[in-house]
Ligand binder design. Structure first.
Ligand code: HPA
Length: 282
């Protein structure tokens, strides 16, 4: 993998041009839909659909359950840009290209980014089908060099050294909790650990992740949060717990992608209700 691609503002602007020439919408909020959550984009009205392949610089998605298109339109009274699927460094895409769409969102004038993902439950009280607000993360893959800010820094976008002390916006967290309480949606809160994947974790790795304070684990989101915070965008992260991570070698249980996609269908309606509530309060 090319681990250190460099993109410039001109590259982002070329993508913006491709998008704005296709739609009159000027979205201010973006939503990234993770594994098994694609169906949520079907609720966008006045929708303009643009395949990633038609936006210069956008990475392709190769993973089942990731449609690979932008859906731009109206949702819960807001102009939104929805990413129906994302790409991940394990697909052989550099961290810079995997997060290229976040750069383009910012260039489009988007200031708020809502990220969703499917994650494994590491906290022993979590069950498949739970929703978890991400309060903080451990960027394990980023900490060892899979960091999208690796390379030259464009000071016009953000600083060389980025503060991550409250990456997940406190006001958005409170709003999400309020909406969940009003709608009787049970919400967990916790720390998301971002790994490179694509292997699921071994039981020893699961116990290690638990010991360092992980509540949920996945293979996405952290790079997008890093790039969004680099540009001072507001971030909200929501994990859907698609499976309980296996912490013993003798459990007889296995983890597979089909299970992850099926869980997405189960939590879809609750997540949509939560997202609609949050969007209409913004
Ligand atoms: N581990 C890592 N990523 C995941 C998992 C998991 O158990 N479930 C969904 N994404």
């Amino acid at each position: 993998m090319n681990n250190n691609e460099v993109f410039t503002r001109a590259d982002f602007q070329e993508a913006v041009q491709a998008i704005t020439s296709r739609t009159a919408h000027r979205p201010e909020i973006a939503l990234v839909l993770g594994s098994g959550l694609n169906a949520l984009a079907e609720e966008v009205s006045e929708a303009e659909r643009i395949p990633y392949a038609e936006v210069p610089g956008f990475p392709r998605t190769s993973v089942a359950g990731h449609a690979g298109q932008l859906v731009i339109g109206r949702l819960a009274g807001q102009s939104v840009l929805v990413m129906q699927g994302r790409s991940h460094p394990y697909e052989g895409v550099s961290p810079q290209r995997a997060t290229f769409p976040v750069r383009v969102m910012h260039e489009l004038g988007i200031h708020t980014l809502i990220l969703t993902n499917a994650a494994g439950g590491i906290n022993p009280t979590f069950r498949a089908g739970d929703l978890m607000l991400i309060t903080d993360h451990i960027g394990l893959a980023a900490m060892i060099g899979l960091n999208p800010l690796w390379g030259p820094n464009d000071d016009s976008l953000g600083p060389r050294f980025v503060d991550m002390s409250s990456a997940y916006d406190r006001d958005l967290l409170h709003l999400a909790l309020q909406v969940a309480a009003q709608q009787n949606i049970e919400l967990r809160q916790g720390v998301y650990t971002g790994l490179a994947g694509p292997t699921f974790e071994s039981p020893a790795e699961v116990r290690f992740l638990r010991s360092i304070g992980t509540d949920a684990v996945g293979m996405s989101t952290v790079p997008e949060v890093i790039v969004a915070r680099h540009m001072n965008m507001r971030v909200l992260g929501i994990s859907t717990i698609s499976n309980v991570a296996i912490d013993r070698t003798d459990s007889g249980a296995v983890t597979n992608h089909e299970e992850v996609l099926a869980a997405g269908q189960n939590v879809g309606p609750r997540l949509m209700a939560l997202l609609r509530g949050i969007l209409s309060a913004l």
